[in-house]
Design a protein. Structure first.
Length: 212
């Protein structure tokens, strides 16, 4: 099976914009419970802005080019913590993708790992701090395992998406140790982290775009 190229990356962006739009209210509600309440609105605005720039991509654009476009657009249009964190994730992912026209399973896992590492570096969060890292880290671990087993890129993404979804759910009982939610202390327990939930949505979109 061929690797994932420009068409997959563009479809991932389109699906991301759709799913964030569909879940905008849910993300707003999750963030209102333990944060500023603007996560859904900010993410929706950011991905709608990315959509408006897709037509400007060159025909020979690489997946890395698409990821870089997402990064720069999110950084410039998304407020709160999500803009810098997701912008960094996509930017580091773009660097990992390099100039390759297609990504195999190992390359997909490397992109996800670079994205996660960018988030950790930028936000200084660790596993079980009740942040998006709690979705990204299991996703990266699952992607690495699938790639090491020789899985096709679509299967690598599906493994990552399923692990991210489970990771998002697992944030519910945690007490936040980073970000706005940490101000609530013990009261942050019992709520799902909005960044972990949006991560799960975005990685599911990536897998769906790959046909998984």
């Amino acid at each position: 099976m061929a690797g994932l190229g420009r068409d997959w990356a563009v479809d991932w962006v389109r699906r991301s914009a759709d799913v964030i739009g569909e879940h905008r209210i849910e993300l707003i509600t999750l963030d209102r419970d333990i944060g500023d309440g603007d996560h859904g609105e900010n993410m929706d605005r950011g991905f709608q802005a990315v959509l408006g720039k897709l037509d400007g991509l060159a025909d020979d654009a690489t997946p890395g080019d698409v990821l870089k476009l997402v990064a720069t657009t999110l950084i410039s249009t998304v407020g709160g913590a999500a803009g810098p964190l997701y912008g960094t994730a996509y930017l580091k992912g773009a660097v990992a993708a390099g100039t390759a026209s297609e990504l195999d399973g190992a390359a997909v896992a490397a992109v996800l790992a670079a994205a996660r590492d960018g988030i950790v570096s930028r936000g200084k969060a660790e596993l079980e701090d009740k942040t998006m890292v709690d979705a990204w880290t299991p996703a990266v671990d699952a992607a690495d395992a699938a790639a090491a087993a020789g899985a096709e890129p679509a299967a690598v993404l599906r493994a990552a998406a399923e692990a991210a979804a489970a990771g998002a759910v697992a944030t519910e009982p945690l007490v936040a140790r980073k970000g706005r939610a940490s101000y609530l202390g013990e009261r942050s327990a019992g709520h799902r982290d909005p960044g972990a939930q949006s991560t799960a949505l975005l990685l599911d979109a990536a897998a769906a775009a790959a046909g998984a």
